[in-house]
Every structure is written in C-alpha cells, then in structure tokens.
Design a protein around this ligand. Structure first.
Ligand SMILES: Nc1ncnc2c1ncn2[C@@H]1O[C@H](COP(=O)(O)OP(=O)(O)OP(=O)(O)O)[C@@H](O)[C@H]1O
Length: 280
C-alpha cells in the first residue's frame, strides 16, 4: 500500500511534539543549549534552545546542514556529553550519563577488529554478566535479524562496509535498549548499499519496536525512514520545522516514487538548498 492522494500536500508544520500527551513522551528535550568553549578559543554555540519531544517507538530523522549540531544533540541524548543549558529527560528522569537503555551506531562501524561478528554482538551481553549459552542465543537471533547468518565467525576486515554496519546494528540492539541512536550510520557506504540498508533498518526498527533517532544529511533517507523528520537550522542548531510522514509501514522501495514522498523531498530540498549552499 502507498500513501494516497489525500496525503499529497506535505504536512509541514511546527511544534508538533508539543501536542503529545505526557505519558507517550519518552525523551523530553527542553530548551537545550550547547556551547563549546575553551580558555584560548572563541566559544562555539552549537545548539540554542532546542525543544523536542519524542514518543516511545517513534522513528525520528534529525536532518540539517553540516555543522548544525546534529551529532552534538545525539551525543547529549546518548549521555556522552552534557548540555550547557536546558534539560533533557528520559521517561521523566534527567539523562546524565551513557546507559544501556540508549545505544549508538556510528558511521565508522565501531566494531572491535580483533573479535568475530558473534563476539562483537555478544560483547555488551558478556559485560552485563550474561551466561554463555544465553548470550550466544541472543546474538544468533540478532545476526539473523540483520541477515548475516553464515558470517558469525568472520572478522570485520573480512566483510564489506554494509556487512560491518549490519553487525554494528546487531551489536547495538543486543543489550535490548529502549532507544537506538544512529549517527549517519550509512554515510560511508556506496549509494546502492545505502538504499538496501535503509530498507533493512526500516524493517529492523519496526520488528525490534525501538525508538530510533537517526542523524542524516540525506533528505530522501530522512523522509523514507522516519515517522517524523525534525529539520534543524544552521548553527546554532534549533528545531526549524517538523514533517510528519504518513507513509505506512513496512516501508518499501516503491514508496520512493509515491507523489507525497517526491513532493516532500522536493519541498525540503527547496527550503534547505540556500542553507546547504552557504555551508559548502
Ligand atoms: N568538541 C568540540 N569542540 C569545539 N567545537 C565543536 C566540538 N564538537 C563540535 N563542535 C562544533 O559544533 C558545531 C556542531 O557540530 P556537530 O558535529 O554537532 O554538527 P553536525 O550537524 O553533526 O555536523 P556534520 O553533519 O558535519 O557531522 C560545529 O560548528 C562544530 O565545529
């Protein structure tokens, strides 16, 4: 099924997340700012007044020009770094440090080169003290979910970029996080592999039932994957607008030629082109 004609007009609006009921909200980002500074250099205002609510199970694409603070925001949500101002809550509690309920997939795979796929996926479970048989079973199921069966005993250097990223996704899912944070995970892949993995992550995130926050420069990637695209302004990063994506799930390749998809990608490109050009 594809989106129908009634959905052709792009649902671009602002402040969507303020309409969510409090019990649905999993991540509540309130007026968050981030200034990078040192005694010797000019401070850099990376984020300024970012306010966003994310619902449990939602797939959010964070879209914006280079340097607008997407990775900074993801790092603050992960707990790798702290906000300079504002507040960030997960299920009503402040996020102060990294935790197993939020795992991250980076562009550069971040697999341990000296471990096999199976060992990489088991790593977080072993660290939690889980027994050998149980973690092997969980890892096998996740390796099957990302379609790497038969590659359990391979090392990262024996696999393609796309396969490594599948393994990284399985590893991030292993601790059964509530929230999967993805920082341009397909940025280093060739165009064809990227398209295939977009379809895979759409399937995997639905099957796994996780909240996903997916950072990307790619407009079509952002729209294809998301329930909601959050468009950020150039630095200092703010939420500029939000686009609700009405395409049904599972997302399939033919949705890329759906009239709503095509017109929304074009509209976003027209809106963002001047900013992208400035940032070049
Ligand atoms: N550790 C740091 N110290 C100083 N400035 C930083 C630091 N990290 C990021 N910045 C600056 O903060 C701004 C936002 O960076 P960030 O990496 O979050 O943007 P981004 O939108 O993810 O960019 P890209 O899409 O190019 O990865 C940039 O101007 C960057 O140079």
């Amino acid at each position: 099924m594809t989106a129908n004609a009634a959905l052709i007009s792009p649902a671009i609006s602002s402040g969507l997340s303020s309409q969510f009921s409090p019990e649905d909200v999993q991540i509540d980002i309130r007026n968050v700012g981030k200034v990078y500074g040192s005694k010797t250099e000019e401070p850099v205002v990376a984020l300024d007044g970012v306010t966003l609510r994310i619902r449990r199970g939602e797939f959010i694409s964070l879209l914006g020009p280079s340097g607008c603070g997407k990775s900074t925001l993801l790092g603050i949500i992960a707990g790798f770094q702290s906000a300079t101002s504002g507040q960030l809550l997960q299920d009503g509690r402040p996020i102060t440090r990294p935790g197993p309920s939020r795992t991250v997939v980076f562009q550069d795979y971040a697999l341990f080169g000296w471990m096999t796929v199976q060992q990489n996926v088991e790593f977080g479970l072993k660290a939690k003290g889980m027994g050998r048989a149980e973690r092997a079973e969980i890892a096998r199921a996740l390796i099957a979910m990302v379609r790497l069966n038969g590659f359990e005993d391979k090392f990262p250097h024996q696999m393609s970029g796309g396969m490594k990223q599948r393994a990284a996704i399985a590893r991030a899912l292993a601790p059964d996080p509530d929230i999967l944070l993805m920082d341009e995970p397909f940025g280093a892949l060739d165009a064809q592999t990227r398209v295939l993995l977009q379809e895979e992550i759409a399937r995997i995130s639905s099957e796994a039932g996780k909240t996903v926050i997916f950072v990307t420069h790619g407009i079509d990637e952002a729209v294809f994957l998301a329930d909601r695209v959050v468009v950020m302004s150039p630095r200092p990063g703010r939420v500029r607008e939000e686009v609700l994506v009405p395409l049904p799930r599972p997302r399939t390749a033919e949705m890329r030629s759906d009239p709503w998809f095509v017109s929304t990608v074009n509209d976003l490109w027209e809106t963002l082109k001047p900013e992208w050009q400035k940032g070049e």
